[in-house]
Design a protein around this ligand. Structure first.
Ligand SMILES: Cc1cc2nc3c(=O)[nH]c(=O)nc-3n(C[C@H](O)[C@H](O)[C@H](O)COP(=O)(O)OP(=O)(O)OC[C@H]3O[C@@H](n4cnc5c(N)ncnc54)[C@H](O)[C@@H]3O)c2cc1C
Length: 332
């Protein structure tokens, strides 16, 4: 089988590596770009409120922790995490425990205040605390995956694809090539290359703040939408959901109002008053969103597929999603 993967972000690079490992003759079109994988915070944990997403995240994390090469390529650091929500956590906690036994436990609102410093929680708030969680570098992982591919019979090209058409045909400035299958994994650029499914781009932004936040681990607070992780030396990476949809991935600019809201929200949520009044650094990027959310293989035409739609969370699920996508593609 001859397959082309268009896009060398973490989704495309990981899928191309999986396909080559399965014996597929792979060409990866991976031009350099300021992409989501380069900007990503790389937070990983097993728990998600949605049970299917949770299983994919837990399976990815299990591979990240247990496979020495994957762990090394990713630069994985295990720091732990807490996810605060008032929703039913039981199905997802059960699925995390299935895959990563002994990792997840549930604490009540009083425990969240005492152990992690959260303030103003409702009485029904619970926290899913995970021992096995942390962060990795999607950019480092994709570099290793593409380097491995180039050294193991794959063809890694830096050309930008100008057109993908039915029949698995790829056009670049250098010419036209036919394949048995083409997978477009071009993140937020994907809708420019293929139609056939509702995909949208959306801005994602976080900042580096110097705040005396007492939480020692990565966190998500799903009522306020605040998320973050300690970044060393008294700094925290902090973010909130951004409502800028359909952004041009080549022209994203920081949302300064959002950066200020992050600071306010964090101060209120953790009851902290000191620290700097602005972010040291703001990272503004984007991702490709689909509904229902999640990275997966979708057939959009004869021999043409997409592998995108990470919806702000593909670092967490890419290992499991790419394994499944490669199996589906080989079987197709
Ligand atoms: C600021 C930020 C923080 C994040 N934090 C987290 C987190 O903590 N945890 C988590 O799980 N997820 C996180 N995410 C989400 C996650 O990083 C993304 O879902 C993931 O990186 C998407 O990877 P991708 O390969 O689909 O897209 P991208 O990384 O955007 O890659 C797309 C690639 O396609 C290439 N391309 C585009 N057009 C063409 C073309 N015509 N021809 C060839 N190639 C093309 C581009 O050059 C690019 O390299 C974050 C994202 C952002 C932006």
């Amino acid at each position: 089988m001859r397959a082309a993967v268009v896009g060398g972000g973490v989704a495309g690079a990981t899928l191309a590596w999986r396909l080559r490992t399965a014996g597929v003759d792979v060409t990866a079109y991976a031009p350099e770009a300021e992409d989501a994988s380069g900007a990503s915070g790389g937070l990983v944990r097993g728990f998600e409120v949605d049970a299917d997403a949770s299983r994919a995240a837990a399976e990815s994390l299990a591979e990240l922790r247990s496979d020495e090469r994957v762990r090394d390529w990713a630069g994985y650091r295990e720091t732990g995490s807490v996810y605060v929500t008032a929703k039913d956590v039981t199905p997802s906690v059960d699925s995390v425990e299935d895959v990563l036994p002994g990792s997840a436990s549930v604490v009540d609102a009083a425990g969240l205040a005492r152990r992690f410093g959260f303030r103003d929680l409702t009485a029904d708030a619970v926290g899913v605390v995970e021992r096995h969680a942390g962060h990795f570098s999607p950019a480092r992982f994709r570099e290793h995956a593409l380097r491995w591919l180039a050294g193991h019979g794959g063809d890694v090209r830096t050309e930008r694809v100008t057109e993908v058409s039915a029949g698995a045909v790829v056009r670049t400035p250098g010419g036209t090539t036919g394949f048995d299958a083409v997978v477009v994994a071009a993140g937020a650029w994907t809708p420019r290359l293929v139609g056939g499914e509702p995909l949208r781009s959306k801005q994602i932004q976080y900042g580096l703040y110097r705040l005396p936040i007492p939480c020692p681990v990565s966190f998500v607070d799903d009522r306020t939408g605040l998320y973050g992780r300690p970044a060393g030396d008294g700094a925290f990476l902090l973010g909130l959901g951004c409502d800028r949809w359909d952004v041009d991935p080549d022209g994203v600019t920081p949302d300064h109002d959002l950066a200020a809201r992050v600071l306010d929200t964090a101060r209120r949520r953790f009851g902290v008053t000191g620290g700097a009044g602005t972010a040291d650094r703001v990272v503004a990027s984007f991702d490709c969103y689909r509904s229902p959310a999640g990275l997966r293989l979708v057939r959009v035409g004869a021999g043409v597929f997409t592998f995108t739609g990470g919806s702000g969370g593909a670092a967490k699920t890419v290992l499991a999603a790419s394994r499944r996508a490669a199996e589906e593609l080989v079987a197709a």
